[in-house]
Ligand binder design. Structure first.
Ligand code: SAH
Ligand code: AVI
Length: 326
């Protein structure tokens, strides 16, 4: 069996440079902020996996059910020919599997490419799937989907770019618009985009997913401080920061923060930076936007994608959108 191809758009040097820049800018801003992609080192990816198994985190179960139940329809909606699938922010690439299975069963799965900033996840997925889809071309991309969409593999058949898990909701509105423009530029007319998005619903249900009883979200959120301790020789005491998730109804957004439980002076030795925290001061660590179908479809149209399919589960928890590049 040939070794799967691995394309590295982001090496340790690039990661280090963006970590340094993002941290310096974020910790010297008012209010302080840190980007969400910093959460995903090996421990962060494992914590996210644990989070997806918490009873309150409905997103994973809901989207998995939609993709399992509708995989045949999704495969049929892609036309009749071979398809190359690229999954952005793939993580363990578990949810896309029913779609890959449906295409493979019809002899239409030409290639699968997981694309993720977490190199370990991409490597693990390739090792696992090489045995499952021996007839498909497997390749991985280690990259940042906000910077490296121009590196999407150029197959001559229809490309299906999947972006699942609600990760699209971790962008601000300008970042979402930019991402959709970059993606449209990276694909050809006829290529398809499969987008999983968390839908606006009862705020209590949403907030519970970001405040699970076992405290996994809190630990995932605090992981960014562990990352800074390891990578930048900082001396954050993560247990002196409290996880906070706030629902902003106007923006339909969960705002995640880390709140200092007491005044602290933190030495980020790798940056030669001393950072002071007041008691109660909050660091913004990420957002998770929830969507309404009509608005999201309008954003897709604006970017040059024609919505062509929409599926959800019985409760309308997560929406899975299919759109065609025009
Ligand atoms: N798709 C999976 C994982 C979602 S978690 C699911 O639905 O369960 C978000 C994933 O996006 C993680 O694997 C993380 O490593 C990846 N990620 C986050 N920011 C990224 C970025 N800027 N570029 C590429 N991958 C990113
Ligand atoms: C990856 N992403 C969709 C998660 C979310 O729900 O916004 C990240 C997360 N952060 C805290 N909990 C989950």
């Amino acid at each position: 069996m040939p070794q799967p191809e691995l394309r590295i758009c982001l090496d340790d040097g690039d990661l280090d440079a963006s970590l340094r820049l993002d941290t310096r800018v974020g910790l010297t801003s008012h209010p302080k902020h840190l980007p969400m992609r910093l959460h995903y080192d090996g421990r962060g990816s494992a914590l996210f996996g644990e989070l997806t198994r918490q009873p309150e985190y409905y997103q994973t179960r809901s989207e998995r059910a939609v993709l399992r139940d509708r995989a045949g329809q999704i495969a049929a909606a892609l036309g009749a020919g071979p398809v190359s699938v690229i999954e952005l922010g793939a993580g363990r690439a578990e949810k896309i599997r029913p779609v890959l299975d449906a295409l493979a069963a019809a002899g239409r799965l030409d290639a699968f490419w997981p694309f993720d900033v977490a190199a370990g996840e991409v490597r693990d997925v390739l090792l696992e799937l090489a045995e499952v889809y021996p007839d498909a071309y497997l390749g991985g991309i280690v990259g940042d989907f906000t910077r490296h969409l121009a590196h999407l593999p150029d197959h001559h058949d229809t490309r299906l770019v999947a972006f699942l898990g609600g990760t699209f909701g971790n962008f601000t509105a300008p970042e979402r618009a930019q991402f959709l423009r970059d993606l449209r530029e990276a694909v050809r007319p006829g290529d398809r985009f499969l987008l999983g998005a968390d839908l606006v619903k009862d705020p209590a249900v949403i907030l519970a997913a970001y405040n699970d009883a076992a405290g996994v979200t809190a630990e995932f959120n605090r992981n960014v401080l562990h990352v800074l301790n390891h990578r930048l020789d900082a001396d954050f005491a993560p247990h002196h920061f409290e996880h906070v998730a706030v629902w902003d109804a106007g923006a339909a957004t969960v705002d995640m923060r880390l709140r200092a439980l007491k005044p602290m002076a933190v030495d980020v030795a790798g940056l030669g930076l001393d950072v002071a925290f007041d008691a109660g001061e909050e660091v913004r660590t990420g957002i998770s936007v929830k969507f309404r179908r009509a608005e999201l479809e309008e954003d897709l149209r604006t970017a040059g994608f024609a919505p062509s399919g929409y599926w959800t589960d019985g409760r309308g928890s997560m929406g899975v959108f299919l759109a065609e590049a025009v």
